[in-house]
Design a protein around this ligand. Structure first.
Ligand SMILES: [Zn+2]
Length: 710
């Protein structure tokens, strides 16, 4: 068994009680438990110390349990207000502390935080089970559910009730004691395994640095990539040298430009092997156990497989519907990828190379073909995409669409010096929320890009609570004195996460469990992916893409070339994504996956669908963090949402105005501010007047019959 979690012995009860008592003492004066008197009640990051989390959590767990018991044991017969709304209000101290902790654990971790994470993950699972397996409480919720239509609930209340009821059913509240006990044990074990999985990926990422020692190691790298690599080396203690890490913003430009095939192979192999390096950080056995437990849980709950269980409450509804969409895209994408590969192989031959295109060659030769065919050089575009310019563009588009303004606040506490805070206000000057950004890669940060929150919007009480939202990315910093420069992909990522942020910030609902981004998993990527469309539009690029030295706008000729090259390499991008989505779905569609061999499973699945070896999956199983967390059986969600985002942006294009006020209004009312208060299909129809078909997506990716070929 990899890692120490499984074999750690339980502490004797006496020692544990003593520890709790001493924690209680520490809790006095603990800023995590005191009221937050900061502006907007932003977490007092400057006063929180790592060792304060456990005692604060002890208090918060106990407080939540007491609140829950009061709801469960009250004399009054169940009403929506005294049971469901009361459940929504309970546990706010716990949520507040957990949000601070989870964000720190993901963005600026250390050994202390990692140890706390390993301790509390199973405790959270146990706590959740204690609540959702509570028989008395379930009987109250179930009585309301049985009488749902007679309660006179609003659509939002009705969905909130359904969500709570589902949480109880999914915890096994309706099952016998033996099944409940087993489900509780599974939940705790899964929580421990998930934490270990994530920590292992981070460990493998921290472990690898490719130091570029000599000028020949830098061959092919343009100025901006060199500057970023110099900055990375300085941060890793190799000042005066250059370095590449496994952060996407570091390794992708390297693979794209480095003419050193041997170094590309080295970096690419390390990237692909994260979580599969043998030894203490190997994730393959962990994944096998996770899947086995999930399958068992699904069976206990009466589902055939865990994919069936996961999809019951989604727009897609069934694995068969997901597979239908994925295969509809897969076939033309693979055909396109084959053409692309032939072009790359031709480029290798032209150069006098005598080898077959491998995984570590694709990005490099794709860049050459792109340059030859469209005369677009990523290195030529980058100096126009300063980080601050792209942030300004994101703010400006939000202003034009939704009337919100952003003002930086330097007086608020932050958890890291690179973090920035912005107050968001509405057209009427009303406070909308707080937007926090944390854009640069560092060794203490998880890889990838995501949107998270420190507080969600709700109107449970007289005083409305407005959200605090954070966007986290892993961009490479610029050279000292020079701004950080983004690739088009980076800029799109920034807009993507900012779209999620808007979804949380603009939220206008009453109940917490449908607030902001708390929508069906395959609907949640609609606001984020839709927002990406604006940064790719010439109107926005013309205004905000300015050369960091000269201040000159992106030349019109370059802009046209970018536009023409938009569908370039989409075969590759679609294949690497869909391959990963199919592997995710197949992994969770196994009725019995005892003894899963992750490597063999990948090979077998990719072979069956005829995936090209030199493309591979966007995330291999041993570091596929999406499917360890909430995207399990749901990695397809990006594509499901893309069906809608492609169709939704068309509405603006058809109107001839990408900021059309009437369409923007509908988008705000039915999508960005509506959280999960409506059925997603109904919400989409209210916005667009109809549901979309996959054709818009195929067109967008240039994969439709007769679509533009790159
Ligand atoms: Zn997203």
């Amino acid at each position: 068994m990899a890692g120490g979690v499984a074999t750690r012995k339980a502490k004797p009860a006496k020692r544990r009680a003593k520890e709790r008592a001493s924690r209680a003492k520490v809790a006095a004066g603990n800023p995590l438990l005191a009221p937050w008197t900061t502006p907007f009640e932003v977490p007092p990051f400057d006063r929180v110390r790592d060792e304060q989390f456990l005692p604060a959590l002890d208090h918060a767990f106990a407080a939540h349990v007491a609140e829950i018991e009061a709801i469960a044991t009250q004399r009054a017969s169940p009403t929506f207000e005294n049971t469901i709304a009361a459940l929504e209000r309970a546990g706010c101290s716990l949520d507040r502390i957990a949000d601070v902790f989870d964000n720190l654990a993901a963005t600026d971790t250390n050994e202390t935080i990692q140890a706390i994470e390993r301790e509390i993950a199973p405790r959270f699972a146990k706590h959740g089970m204690r609540i959702y397996q509570d028989g008395k409480l379930f009987r109250r919720v179930d009585a309301l559910m049985q009488d749902k239509t007679g309660l006179g609930l609003s659509e939002e209340q009705s969905r909130v009730l359904e969500r709570h009821h589902r949480s109880f059913v999914r915890a096994g509240a309706a099952l016998d004691a033996k099944a409940r006990k087993r489900l509780a044990a599974i939940a705790q074990r899964l929580a421990s395994l998930g934490t270990k999985f994530d920590q292992n990926v981070l460990a493998d990422e921290q472990d690898f640095v490719l130091v570029l020692d000599t000028e020949s190691d830098l061959a092919g790298l343009p100025e901006a990539v060199r500057a970023a690599a110099a900055q990375t080396a300085a941060e890793r203690g190799s000042k005066g040298k250059h370095a590449v890490t496994l952060s996407r913003s570091s390794i992708e430009p390297f693979l794209q430009f480095s003419s050193r095939r041997d170094l590309r192979e080295q970096a690419y192999t390390a990237w692909r092997q994260r979580g599969a390096n043998g030894g203490k950080t190997d994730n393959r056995k962990i994944v096998a156990e996770i899947l086995k437990l999930r399958a068992e849980r699904a069976r206990l709950l009466g589902f055939k497989t865990s994919a069936d269980a996961a999809l019951e409450f989604s727009m897609a509804k069934t694995p068969a519907n997901v597979r239908k969409l994925l295969m509809k895209v897969w076939t033309p994408a693979r055909a396109r990828a084959r053409q692309e590969r032939a072009d790359l192989q031709e480029a290798v031959r032209t150069e006098g190379g005598n080898f077959e295109v491998a995984g570590w060659d694709w990005r490099y030769y794709a860049e050459k073909v792109r340059k030859a065919r469209f005369d677009v050089d990523e290195a030529e575009v980058k100096p126009y995409l300063q980080l601050d310019g792209v942030i300004a563009a994101a703010f400006d588009c939000a202003n034009k669409l939704f009337g919100v303004s952003f003002k930086e606040r330097k007086d608020l506490p932050v958890y890291h010096p690179e973090v920035r805070s912005f107050e968001v206000t509405g057209a009427d000057g009303r406070h909308v929320g707080l937007f926090i950004s944390d854009y640069f890669a560092r060794a203490s940060k998880r890889s990838g890009a995501w949107c998270s929150r420190f507080r969600a919007q709700h109107k449970l009480d007289a005083q409305e609570v407005r959200p605090i939202v954070v966007n986290v990315m892993n961009f490479a910093k610029g050279a000292p004195g020079a701004p950080a420069l983004l690739s088009i992909d980076d800029a799109r990522t920034l807009f993507h996460e900012f779209g999620h942020a808007l979804h949380a910030l603009l939220s206008d609902v009453t109940y917490l469990s449908v607030s902001g981004t708390r929508v069906e998993r395959d609907f949640v990527e609609l606001p984020s992916q839709l927002y990406e469309h604006w940064i790719q539009h010439p109107q926005v690029l013309r205004k905000f893409a300015r050369h960091y030295k000269t201040g000159k706008p992106l030349p019109e000729a370059l802009l046209n070339k970018i536009k023409a090259a938009r569908n370039f390499n989409q075969g590759f991008a679609t294949v690497e994504y869909v391959a990963a989505a199919i592997v995710d779905l197949d992994l969770h569609a196994l009725a019995d996956n005892g003894g899963l061999d992750a490597d063999a499973f990948e090979q077998e699945t990719l072979g069956r669908i005829g995936a090209p070896a030199e493309i591979g999956m966007r995330h291999r199983i041993p570091h596929f963090q999406h499917i360890i967390g909430v995207y399990a059986s749901a990695y397809y969600s990006y594509m499901w949402s893309e069906v809608m985002d492609a169709d939704a942006f068309k509405a603006f294009e058809e109107a001839g105005n990408i900021f059309d006020p009437a369409i923007a209004r509908r988008l705000h009312d039915h999508i960005y501010s509506a959280g999960g208060k409506r059925d997603p299909a109904d919400a989409y129809k209210a916005f667009r007047g109809r549901l979309p078909t996959p054709e818009a997506l195929l067109q967008k990716r240039g994969l439709a019959p007769g679509g533009t070929s790159a």
